[in-house]
Design a binder for this molecule. Structure first.
Ligand code: ADP
Ligand code: ADP
Length: 225
């Protein structure tokens, strides 16, 4: 059974077809990367999977369960955004704890989960700092830790590294690959960076004009461009 199954998914904005008949299966634990030119529908597709935007047609299933009618909070996914979307007035601890506070988890539970996530992203010593005191890479790690505490079946990442400089991007690529190995979760990752796609993906999904143009392992696509 596929962890994520999209069947004939479409999205229209007014008269504009942003996605047309997208069907795709992503296996449990797979690192899938959506690539394609600007405006091809990558972010839109991720938002539909997240439940942040409703589909215009088709069906989205996760772990065999139909998610199409469910709101974002009712889906086993966690999203990491390009701009980190941290709360500036909260500490790193409070930012990471936020989804658990929303779930009204106990204090002990929250402390334990935040410590574990902070350790994974190497921020254990920065928990009392505000985001403004952190580097761009550290801020993105906070956003990743905030996703980790939710223990999602699927991590959704929308260009999480594109605001970082080249050296930091390279470092974070390696960290994300390690994170994926350690957690074993399914990743759906959007980028316009070929190198990110080639180095991190188990499978690359090429979108063009709102359609799936090609799907394959990095080496397959590299040899049959
Ligand atoms: P990508 O992430 O591949 O750059 P997007 O998914 O952001 O592409 O956008 C796909 C197309 O849909 C673009 O032409 C964009 O302008 C359009 N689009 C996205 N969101 C909206 C919206 N809320 N209203 C109207 N058009 C939109
Ligand atoms: P990205 O390039 O990272 O996909 P965009 O800047 O295209 O992000 O989109 C940011 C937000 O604006 C999204 O919520 C998207 O749905 C919305 N948006 C994008 N294109 C349009 C559009 N043509 N009309 C209205 N909203 C849009």
């Amino acid at each position: 059974m596929a962890e994520l199954e999209l069947s004939g998914v479409s999205k229209v904005y007014g008269a504009f077809n942003a996605l047309r008949d997208v069907s795709l299966q992503i296996a449990d634990g797979e690192f899938a990367v959506f690539v394609g030119p600007s405006g091809c529908g990558k972010s839109t597709l991720l938002r539909l999977i997240a439940g942040l935007d409703p589909v215009s047609g088709g069906r989205i299933a996760i772990g065999g369960n139909d998610m199409t009618a469910r709101q974002a909070g009712q889906r086993p996914v966690a999203m990491v955004f390009q701009n980190y979307a941290l709360y500036p007035h909260m500490s790193v601890f409070e930012n990471i704890a936020f989804p658990l506070q929303m779930e009204r988890r106990t204090k002990d539970d929250i402390k334990r989960e935040v410590s574990r996530a902070a350790e994974i992203v190497q921020l254990s010593t920065r928990l009392q700092d505000r985001p403004a005191k952190l580097s761009g890479g550290q801020r993105q790690r906070v956003a990743i830790a905030r996703a980790i505490v939710r223990k999602p079946g699927i991590f959704l990442m929308d260009e999480p590294l594109s605001n970082l400089d080249a050296a930091l991007r390279m470092e974070m690529r390696a960290e994300l690959t390690q994170l994926h190995r350690r957690l074993g979760s399914t990743m759906v990752y959007v980028t316009h960076d070929q190198l990110e796609a080639m180095t991190m993906a188990d499978r690359i999904v090429v979108l063009n004009g709102g359609r799936v143009e090609q799907v394959g392992a990095p080496m397959e696509l590299y040899h049959n461009p």
